[in-house]
Design a protein around this ligand. Structure first.
Ligand SMILES: Cc1ncc(COP(=O)(O)O)c(C=O)c1O
Length: 497
């Protein structure tokens, strides 16, 4: 039941409740959270917060009513285009995040192609991408009625395999994708080769630089061997970059940039078929706060070029210490050669990465579990930011202890039980079967257990489509009014609706 207090509450009364809601959240400001948050310290956070609040209620829907939003976007997108090797004609759009930027790029490709009779073979257009591409492309294809052809990556480097991608192209192929870098392993795909392939076959090529676009040029300036990845590479037609990742702006900040304005034009939606205001939406949303835009502009201006070089140096040096430390540690290995400050660690000698993640959590660290997929082993993901970099030496000490603890813990048993349970079913598993599997993994009444390894093992053991359905069912269960642990109701509550 949704409730309102009979009379309104003062800000001072609300604060304790807001803080209580956040009681179980990750405490991300201590440098011990290696995913989800990209922390450059209190000062940067403060600038972003203030600028965000200043523009929070400005509606960037209409740039003629709020020219401030227009001017800010032109500044931020212009800076991004230059940063990403765009020529003088490059244009773009500020969006709410990587997923929206990718949706825009795919929509632009579809409608640009449609207007020109592409794909040449007719039919449902295809996106050919490496298996390591972000799920946002699958989501875009699903929303926009396109088809995904996922191509295995090199099993050692985890980079896209251009020859295999060339072989996967057919008469319906419209768009190629490469990542700079991929999230799971932090490696940049061979964008030059993909660009050449796109040109040879007359295809569009989107580079997903959502995580790497901002810092990779700084890594290069610091002497790291960063492969070419941006709009200066022949054949690249669009690129996405998130400011809310390694640009250290608050969430809700990304950009998609196009080499050719005609491609961006295909992204726009305008509707004159109603009696209301003139509706033109460059991206997915319509009414939108200018807060993220102002915060991005302010963070960029506050940190400045020398500041970003310094933040990048901290990330690069921290990553090198981490990679060297893991090399000297028995039981874990780095997958591939990360190009950014994102690292994946697989278990060796029977060490389960899932148990290591649990053991690290007991020691106060948040690392992310990654499943095995099409020949790629299960792993531990670490996205390392400047504040994380300060704690790498401590992290390595606890990582060593966690690996030793994980050695003594059982693995693989649940996978075997799940396999048997699935084999014994007469038809496709229903919600009650999923409930039984969850109970086997220790989930009771929607509450996750302290140790998540059995859950990750269970997810790993399920066929992929079943795993996706399972995750969606689980999440839908969480997003049910009355679920979760709400803060105590402020004063007496009155029922609404
Ligand atoms: C490579 C890559 N692309 C796209 C995205 C999607 O970004 P967002 O979560 O901002 O929608 C992510 C998110 O981590 C990513 O790593």
């Amino acid at each position: 039941m949704t409730t309102l207090p009979p009379t309104g509450l003062d800000w001072s009364e609300l604060v304790p409740h807001l803080d209580a809601f956040a009681g179980a959240d990750l405490s991300w400001r201590d440098g011990k959270t290696y995913a989800y948050v990209y922390d450059a310290g209190r000062e940067v956070e403060d600038v972003g917060t203030r600028a965000f609040a200043r523009y929070l209620f400005v509606n960037a829907l209409d740039p003629t009513a709020f020219p401030s939003a227009l001017a800010l976007e032109n500044e931020v997108v212009g800076l991004a285009a230059r940063h990403l090797g765009g020529g003088p004609g490059a244009v773009g759009t500020f969006t709410s995040g990587g997923t929206e930027s990718i949706l825009c790029a795919v929509k632009a490709a579809r409608d640009f192609g449609r207007a020109r009779g592409l794909p040449a073979g007719g039919g449902v257009p295809q996106i050919v991408l490496p298996t390591t591409a972000h799920p946002a492309f699958h989501k875009a294809a699903w929303y926009l009625g396109l088809e995904v052809v996922a191509v295995d990556v090199d099993p050692v480097t985890f980079r896209a395999d251009p020859a295999a991608m060339a072989a996967a192209c057919g008469p319906r192929t419209l768009l190629l994708v490469g990542s700079a870098p991929s999230y799971a392993h932090g490696v940049v795909d061979p964008i030059r080769e993909l660009g050449a392939l796109a040109q040879e076959k007359g295809l569009l090529l989107h580079v997903d630089a959502c995580v790497g676009g901002f810092l990779l040029p700084y890594f290069r300036r610091l002497g790291a061997p960063v492969p070419d990845f941006d709009l200066s590479v022949p054949g690249v037609t669009s690129i996405s970059m998130d400011f809310h990742k390694y640009g250290f702006a608050p969430k809700g900040a990304s950009v998609v940039v196009y080499a050719d304005p005609a491609l961006r034009r295909a992204q726009y939606f305008a509707c004159a078929d109603w009696p209301g205001y003139a509706l033109v939406n460059p991206a997915v949303g319509s009414s939108k706060s200018a807060g993220p835009l102002a915060a991005t502009w302010a963070v960029l201006q506050h940190v400045g070029d020398a500041g970003f070089l310094d933040l990048a140096r901290r990330c690069l040096e921290g990553t090198r210490r981490l990679v060297d430390g893991v090399a000297a540690l028995d039981g874990l290995r780095v997958l591939g050669t990360p190009d950014l400050c994102m690292v994946a660690l697989a278990g060796e000698g029977g060490v389960s990465p899932f148990h290591v993640v649990d053991e690290m959590k007991l020691r106060g660290w948040f690392l992310q579990a990654q499943p095995s997929f099409r020949g790629m082993p299960a792993s531990i993901h670490l996205s390392l930011g400047p504040e994380n970099a300060e704690r790498v030496d401590e992290l390595l000490v606890d990582l060593r202890a966690s690996v030793e603890a994980a050695r003594g813990l059982p693995t693989g048993q649940l996978a075997a039980v799940v396999g048997q349970a699935l084999a014994g079913l007469a038809g496709p598993p229903g919600p009650e079967d999923l409930g039984r599997l969850l109970a086997l993994a220790g989930v009771v009444g929607g509450q996750l257990p302290e140790r998540m390894a059995p859950i990750h093992e269970l997810l790993d053991a399920l066929p992929r489509p079943l795993c996706a359905a399972f995750l969606a069912d689980f999440m839908a269960g969480l997003f049910t009014p009355g679920q979760g642990a709400p803060a105590p109701a402020p004063r007496e509550a009155a029922a609404v609706g």
